[in-house]
Every structure is written in structure tokens, then in C-alpha cells.
Design a protein around this ligand. Sequence first.
Ligand SMILES: C[S@@+](CC[C@H](N)C(=O)[O-])C[C@H]1O[C@@H](n2cnc3c(N)ncnc32)[C@H](O)[C@@H]1O
Length: 243
Amino acid sequence: MKDPSLRRSLALFRAFRTEQSDPERFYGLLAQDAVDQVERHAPLAGSLVADVGGGAGHFTEAFRARGAHAYLFEPDLAELHARTGRTPEHAVVADGYWLPLADGAVDVCFSSNVLEHVPDPETFISEMVRVTRPGGLLYLSYTNWLSPWGGHETSPWHLLGADRARRRYRRRTGHNAKHSMGDNLHRVHIGPVLRHVRRRADVEIISARSRYWPFLAEAVVRVPGLREIASWNLLLVMRRTSP
Ligand SMILES: C[S@@+](CC[C@H](N)C(=O)[O-])C[C@H]1O[C@@H](n2cnc3c(N)ncnc32)[C@H](O)[C@@H]1O
């Protein structure tokens, strides 16, 4: 599907609405879409790919279907087992802060929707950069806090305060939200992450855009303030430069 395009965004949105009832459909489509985005910048057949925080493995699987040697690095056993009740093939139980990989080991380092779940985004990014070979590709996408979806299942009420949104969620559903501020969800914004990667001498930005927007996907990210609310999800595609 053309990217960005209204057709693609609508297809992803429709699938997203079935995330709870049909996660295979949603994550399968999202993974295909992300792998398409990567393949526009880097050949995948035969390449070594690290999927950091890859959850149940949909993305790793999509990379492998394109001929990549992809490995899933995921610290949470419950996430790893969510699909089949057992650890997927090609998975390593590992934290993104300390990847069990040598410097410059991989051709593509990929992370989808993980950065907002770590308390120290800069260290997480540094580790992704460390394991990527010079000339290799980094794909980093996350939902920023002020996005309408920033509070995840408590959205958009998180915009009125994380605690209030969590209490409201509990009242309405009778159970606790999966994500809790300061525990497994953090206020990660767009401006500071962009400034951090622009300051780095070991990566160059190929694209900084809204991951899902059907139009103006790069333009929206250029406007401070507006980008925090309107981007929904920041996608950074970067090239590792020589040290
Ligand atoms: C919202 S899920 C995203 C899963 C998948 N990447 C996707 O895009 O659907 C966030 C994932 O980040 C993982 N995660 C949280 N902290 C992490 C860390 N320090 N290192 C690596 N993964 C982490 C969680 O266990 C979870 O699987």
C-alpha cells in the first residue's frame, strides 16, 4: 500500500479497532506495514535484524518472511507467551538497555512502540545505536505522551492527568489498566527525542514523521508544540554513521 496514503491509514485504523477481538489481524497488518517501511531503506533478504521489545513476535515473523535473519529481544515472558503460550522461535529474553549483542552486530535495529515504556529513552536509543553496524538502519517508533493515544487504554483521559485517567478506567471497566504511569508507561515527548538524535554524531536521520498519518506525515513533525498533539506516533528512520 502506498505510504503515506488515506487507504493505508484507514486499513490500519480499521484493523486497530479489532485489536482486542482479533489481535492476529491487527498485529499482522501492522507488522507487514512496518517491514515495508524498513524495506524501503534497507534490503532485508539475508540481513540480520534485531526486533527490540518485540512482544509476541509478529514483527520478527514478518521480517523472517522477507528472508531476514530476525531475532526477537523481549524482557517480559508474559508478552513472549501471549500468542502461543510458549516462547516463540528466534526469541531471546533480554532487556533493550543491555542487548546481548556485540557492537555493530546487526544490519537493522528495529523497535516499535517500546520507547514510551522505558524510563530512560536516551539509554535505550544508545543501545540500539551501539548494536547497529555503520551504514545499518535504525527504525524507532513510539507513541508520545501528548498523543491522543498517549495514555494507551486510558486515552484520551490521560490528557487530564494520568492518575485521574487510571481511576476512571477502573471505575468503568472494574479492573486496573495494564499501564501505569512511572511503572510501565512514561511521559516521552517528541521534541526531546528529536533533539537527542540530532545531537548524536553516530546517526543521521533519514526520516522523522508521523507513523500513521495519511498526509503531511513529515510536515507535522516539523512544528514544535503541534507535533506533540497531532503526530500520534513518531517514526524515526535513521542510518548508523561511522564512529
Ligand atoms: C506495546 S508493546 C509493543 C510490542 C511490539 N513491539 C509492537 O509494536 O506491537 C511494548 C513492549 O515493550 C517491551 N519492553 C518494555 N520495557 C522494555 C525494555 N527495557 N527493553 C525491551 N523491551 C521492553 C514490553 O515488554 C512490551 O513487549
